[in-house]
Ligand binder design. Structure first.
Ligand code: AMP
Length: 183
């Protein structure tokens, strides 16, 4: 396995969430910075995205924000970015984040995050790439989705090896260990 150098992070844009999630996002950002990795993410000055990027930057990470033109028009782009990548729309943004990252990590999030997780997993199942999504499962956030996915596999709807599609980190130590495994 090759060493991981860049981590794509998917996470909530919402600000109306429990502060415990903000703390967890900061932990993930700090981990990325302390490991000397590059953070690739949605680039918006909002929610867990900004919390992750701020902590990552404080700990020395290079920060790459990938965002659609519409975010500039709405003045929502983070000022923390070392590199700005402007995309046409949300679809090419997902491909861009995917191609710039060695592995993807999904923090708690809403429909945007869920869309990003499945975009990466679906592309893997038909062989476009071999990058998995690590679900950062703090407080069992992703448990219900994992249960649903495991049911799909048991019934034969998912044929790929589950651990090739998804990793699960229940806390920051487990995430650290999975990132050390490489890609
Ligand atoms: P959500 O999980 O619905 O809060 O969406 C957040 C995720 O989707 C992030 O990982 C972003 O890449 C993308 N996204 C959705 N909405 C926005 C937004 N308003 N600004 C920036 N990125 C967004």
């Amino acid at each position: 396995m090759a060493a991981i150098r860049s981590v794509g992070v998917f996470c909530a844009a919402s600000e109306s969430i429990d502060k415990a999630f903000v703390e967890q996002a900061r932990l993930v950002g700090s981990l990325i910075g302390n490991k000397g990795l590059t953070l690739v993410y949605g680039g918006a000055a909002a929610g867990l995205m900004e919390a992750t990027a701020a902590a990552a930057k404080e700990c020395g990470a290079r920060i790459v924000g990938v965002f659609p033109q519409v975010l500039i028009e709405r003045n929502r782009v983070s000022t923390l970015l070392d590199e700005r990548v402007v995309t046409q729309n949300l679809s090419d943004r997902k491909d861009n984040i995917l191609s710039r990252s060695d592995v993807l990590v999904a923090l708690p999030g809403g429909v945007g995050t869920v869309d990003e997780i499945f975009h990466v997993a679906a592309a893997l199942t038909i062989g476009y790439h071999s990058k998995r999504v690590i679900l950062y499962n703090v407080n069992g956030f992703w448990d219900k989705m994992l249960e649903f996915l495991q049911g799909l596999q048991q019934q034969g709807f998912i044929r790929a090896r589950f651990d090739a599609l998804f990793g699960v980190a229940n806390n920051i130590r487990e995430l650290d260990a999975l990132l050390d495994e490489g890609c």
